[in-house]
Design a protein around this ligand. Structure first.
Ligand SMILES: *[C@@H]1O[C@H](CO)[C@@H](O)[C@H](O)[C@H]1NC(C)=O
Ligand SMILES: *[C@@H]1O[C@H](CO)[C@@H](O)[C@H](O)[C@H]1NC(C)=O
Ligand SMILES: *[C@@H]1O[C@H](CO)[C@@H](O)[C@H](O)[C@H]1NC(C)=O
Ligand SMILES: *[C@@H]1O[C@H](CO)[C@@H](O)[C@H](O)[C@H]1NC(C)=O
Ligand SMILES: *[C@@H]1O[C@H](CO)[C@@H](O)[C@H](O)[C@H]1NC(C)=O
Length: 295
């Protein structure tokens, strides 16, 4: 009996024919609840859309509204070393270095003089190429300066199509990551790249560096400078044809058959080297090893 009663109660809870209640509520009560939620969600969606609309109105297509205040740009090298940042090859094994030469060919394609002449302007060197907007009048699209492949001379791959790899005098190309609005070089002193031995840890408190193994270096353009005319950079949308300036470093007499740990860094009088927050900003390090054994 008790069981039957319970069952009946449940049935009545789901649908009570006497009071015409479904799950304890009448149809109009359910209707009101559903209506309330529909109105509530429409209101939320409207609020969201309105907020997005107002936010988007404040955005400028050509300039980021918020940008991480990264005062020092990152640096990368080409040919792209793998995750371990190693350039290792054997002079006598063409296959081991040909991929580096091919990677450089590909990377430098857009810097061909003909391509640069078509896309970009010959700018006045040694000064910033400013193209500011005047108030709300956008000065877009903005022009960019030519960086001709031939500026890299012996590292351009034009006269020496293997970039020195085949004779143990490899070229490494360095570029700075783009930072919108960065104006490096105060008082007309252009930033420049220097490469040297990287200090590395060998024991708990023991450090070493390969200074004697690096040998003589040559930089292209001369002194490894990034000319001021390539700055500031106004962003991908405003400055569509921008070509990042490059610096090539040629290792003329690096010790062979040994690991050589190298670090290159940017020197500029107004961009601080990586601080605690960005240990790697403004510098890049890699291992170079040129083997000469023939077996
Ligand atoms: C750039 O020039 C080299 C020869 O100077 C040519 O082989 C290569 O195809 C060119 N690349 C582009 C992208 O025009
Ligand atoms: C780049 O190369 C082109 C084609 O050879 C030449 O007309 C132009 O003057 C060069 N640009 C610079 C800045 O030297
Ligand atoms: C970008 O390069 C194209 C040719 O590739 C040229 O027609 C165009 O005028 C250039 N635009 C700017 C803003 O320099
Ligand atoms: C390279 O640096 C040296 C010494 O600082 C300077 O005398 C020379 O004019 C520089 N060369 C170029 C092309 O900037
Ligand atoms: C190359 O470096 C070696 C030492 O690693 C040195 O003995 C030699 O004189 C250097 N050659 C040149 C041309 O500088």
């Amino acid at each position: 009996m008790a069981k039957d009663g319970e069952k009946g109660e449940w049935k009545e809870f789901i649908w009570n024919p006497r009071t015409r209640e479904f799950l304890g509520r009448t149809a109009s009560s359910w209707g009101l609840i559903i209506l309330f939620y529909i109105v509530f969600y429409i209101f939320l969606a409207g609020l969201f859309a309105l907020t997005m609309y107002v936010m988007l109105q404040t955005l400028d297509d050509h300039k980021p509204t918020w940008q991480d205040r990264l005062s020092t740009p990152g640096m990368v090298i080409r040919p792209k070393a793998d995750e371990t940042f190693e350039i290792v090859y054997n002079i006598h094994d063409t296959e081991s270095w040909d991929m580096y030469a091919q990677a450089l060919d590909k990377f430098l394609g857009p810097y061909n003089n003909s391509a640069q002449a078509q896309k970009n302007d010959e700018c006045v060197p040694d000064k910033h190429f400013l193209q500011e907007d005047s108030g709300d009048v956008k000065n877009n699209p903005k022009r960019s300066c030519q960086f001709n492949r031939t500026f890299l001379e012996e590292c351009s791959g034009i006269n020496d199509r293997y970039y020195g790899y085949h004779e143990g005098k490899p070229c490494i190309i360095i570029k700075l990551n783009r930072v919108i609005g960065m104006l490096p070089g105060k008082d007309g002193q252009a930033p420049f790249v220097t490469c040297g031995a990287k200090r590395y840890r060998v024991g708990k408190d023991e450090w070493r560096e390969d200074s004697e193994k690096i040998g003589e270096l040559m930089y292209f353009p001369p002194n490894g400078t990034f000319n001021l005319m390539y700055y500031p950079y106004y962003g991908k949308k405003a400055q569509v044809n921008y070509s990042q300036p490059l610096v090539a470093v040629k290792f003329l007499n690096v010790t062979t058959n040994q690991d050589v740990n190298i670090e290159c860094k940017i020197n500029a009088n107004n961009i601080p080297l990586g601080n605690e927050r960005d240990k790697f900003a403004g510098r890049v390090s890699f291992k170079l090893r040129i083997n000469t054994n023939t077996n």
